[in-house]
Design a protein around this ligand. Sequence first.
Ligand SMILES: [Zn+2]
Length: 270
Amino acid sequence: MTNEIRPAADGKAVSGMGTARAWCVLAPNPSPMTLDGTNTWVIAEPGSSAVVVVDPGPADEEHLHRVLDAARAGDRHVAQIVLTHGHLDHSAGAARFAELSGAPVGALDPRLRLGTEGFGPGDVITAGGCELRVVATPGHTAASLSLVLTADGGLLTGDTVLGRGTTVIASDGSLGDYLRTLGELRSLADDAGLRVLLPGHGPLLSDPAGVLDYYIAHRQERLGQVRAALAAGARTPAEVVAIVYDDVDRSLWPAAEQSVRAQLDYLEGS
Ligand SMILES: [Zn+2]
């Protein structure tokens, strides 16, 4: 077994980064929310005749053909497509990629599935010749999943953990779920001996436990700031954002407002 990790370039996601069993094809959709673009992952045991493709990405014909070329290198075929969650930057190209590759689309959310019953938490996907274990990681969205790539000590995190910055809680997500998920992934980092996080956006992260500790501390710090802003008289989500996200680029304030709503919901419920 090789322990190869091919890192990102200068802290930016690039096609070809990954591990012995994971290969990134970077989609051409960079933005403040998607960082360098969506990372589409091609997963296979070296020498396997079949691969698993995680998050085909946006409906960009050239990107989907690049993914297909990477998947089919060495006479392989795509046996399974997996969606980490339903946001369009990960899923909009899934139906077209299923058509191009002939593979079914699996996800936790039944509405995202195509040609398969899908799978549930704890299921193991072996279609690529290596073990991918499904972990339910609700929070960013209600039906987000992550995948443990056992042989490489890797965790494909989708948008639950990003390669740079932190994740927002989408309108169909929940901060309470997200905090539980981060705690579970932190335990998993030790229990499964994780060595690398393979995120849905941004570079690989080679210190899973440290990154998860930071995510948990960051969430608690933000919650403390939101509590303080409320105590200081902020009444609306926008007023809380102007105080708490003072240090964040204003182009991200609409997303921050969504995050603040999630935090206010959480504080109200606790
Ligand atoms: Zn995304």
